[in-house]
Design a protein around this ligand. Structure first.
Ligand code: PLP
Length: 418
């Protein structure tokens, strides 16, 4: 087996990528080559031959950035998520920042965000001098709790950011009702989903703005990248200006109109997605249905195999929404399982199973603790969940063998504990 690895590593087409501190090796088709003794990676990128061709072709254009590929990607993406306007950006973080700017979030304002999320969600209001106000989560879905949102609304609240945790839409009906009652805009942080639905509507198209991520582990990738979507024409216009230095005309617009003049009307940024990334995005988007189907299939397989294990809680789902399974998160209930989440993490890590924990509740991290003066106990649900959650390997090309290996190691760890 060792020789086989050496042979595979020597091939020109093999790609190495590092995720969560692990080196992953994939072949030319992006198919996982992880074997038993190499364990199962937490994530394996799926870059196929069409993706590579699309990237190479994009170099033949005169436009390497800010050109027609980005516009094409935006149109296709808007259509895929059911929004009127899409503005491509170079990260979801950029999209979230622009969302705060278009909603006029300013120093002194408060923006409600879930406490169980990635730092970028809470940083967006801070970039504008505003305060992120954490809300606790739902015990079953780990999504922001509508009840907690209501408790956190004050006269300073300017907006609500929700995160569709792991790819499962939040309780959008309740959240939109609260937002309407208090005349507040809702930003959907869709970093974990492209295409999941809530009561027939696509995530990202329900609130005022939707923000997507195309980071490598996400549903589709442009390596780094993101998308800002909205149905509001004024907001879309302003976002486009903010993306490009506050300028009234992009380079493409100027060439089309044969006019060199532009004005700068706002404090803008360079948040553009380049043409090579856009070409990759278009190619990835073409197989969005396959990507989502394969993730769901893997998740259902996990659930089927894990549901009989005492002390393991599999993801909670309801019929009114679909789950994109960017993450497959289990809960390890120590009393029933026999060992804690941390102990199981160690056991599985020894077997080279790639794992992660999403997330440490933000109020427990140094920066937010110092900024917001929170204490342990402030968000009881998130804190309880945090001790028990474990994200298992999931990606479209995960094989049945890899999945079985993860399950077998979990069972073995339980047996050892008894
Ligand atoms: C919930 C959430 N929001 C925002 C982001 C930021 O995305 P990006 O890396 O594209 O800026 C991430 C990234 O992991 C995320 O998980």
């Amino acid at each position: 087996m060792k020789n086989a690895h050496l042979w595979m590593r020597g091939r020109v087409n093999n790609v190495r990528a590092v995720f969560s501190g692990k080196t992953i090796i994939c072949n030319a088709d992006g198919k996982s080559m992880a074997t038993d003794d190499r364990g199962v990676p937490f994530f394996d990128p799926w870059i196929n031959d069409e993706d590579k061709r699309a990237v190479l072709d994009s170099f033949n254009s005169r436009w390497l950035t800010g050109g027609p590929k980005a516009v094409e990607f935006e149109k296709l993406f808007a259509n895929a998520v059911g929004s009127k306007f899409a503005i491509s950006v170079n990260s979801c973080t950029a999209a979230l920042h622009m969302a705060m700017r278009v909603l006029n979030v300013k120093p002194g304002d408060e923006v409600i965000v879930p406490v169980l999320t990635f730092a970028a969600t809470a940083n967006a209001p801070i970039f504008c001098g505003a305060k992120p106000v954490f809300a606790d989560i739902n015990e079953k879905t780990y999504n922001i709790s509508p009840k907690s949102i209501i408790e956190k609304i004050t006269e300073k609240t300017k907006a609500i950011i929700v995160v569709h945790y792991g790819g499962q839409p939040c309780d959008m009906k309740e959240i939109m009702e609260i937002a309407k009652d208090h005349k507040l805009p809702v930003v959907e942080d869709c970093a974990h989903t492209v295409g999941s639905t809530y009561m027939e509507r696509k995530a990202g198209s329900i609130g005022t703005v939707g923000c997507f991520s195309f980071y490598p582990t996400k549903i589709i990738t442009t390596l780094e990248g993101g998308m800002f979507v909205t149905d509001n024409e004024e907001i879309a216009k302003r976002a486009k200006i903010l993306r490009e230095h506050g300028m009234t005309k992009s380079a493409v617009d100027r060439e089309k109109g044969s006019a060199w003049y532009y004005d700068v009307v706002d404090l803008g940024y360079n948040y553009r997605l380049n043409e090579i990334q856009a070409a990759l995005g278009i190619s990835q988007l073409e197989r969005l249905n396959d990507i989502n189907r394969l993730r769901v299939k893997a998740a259902h397989n996990y659930t089927e195999c894990l549901k009989g294990i005492n002390g393991i809680i599999t993801p909670f789902t309801t019929k009114d929404r679909t789950h994109a399974y960017h993450l497959y998160v289990i809960r390890v209930v120590e009393k029933e399982f026999g060992i804690s989440r941390n102990e199981l993490f160690m056991e599985l890590s020894k077997k080279k199973i790639g794992l992660s924990v999403h997330y440490t509740p933000l109020h427990l991290l140094t920066f937010y603790k110092d900024l917001l003066h929170h204490a342990v106990g402030d968000f009881p649900v998130a804190e309880r969940i945090y001790d028990e959650i474990l994200s298992l390997p999931i990606f479209p090309t995960i094989t049945k063998e890899q999945l079985n290996q993860v399950v077998a190691e979990i069972k073995l760890a339980k047996e050892k504990a008894q």
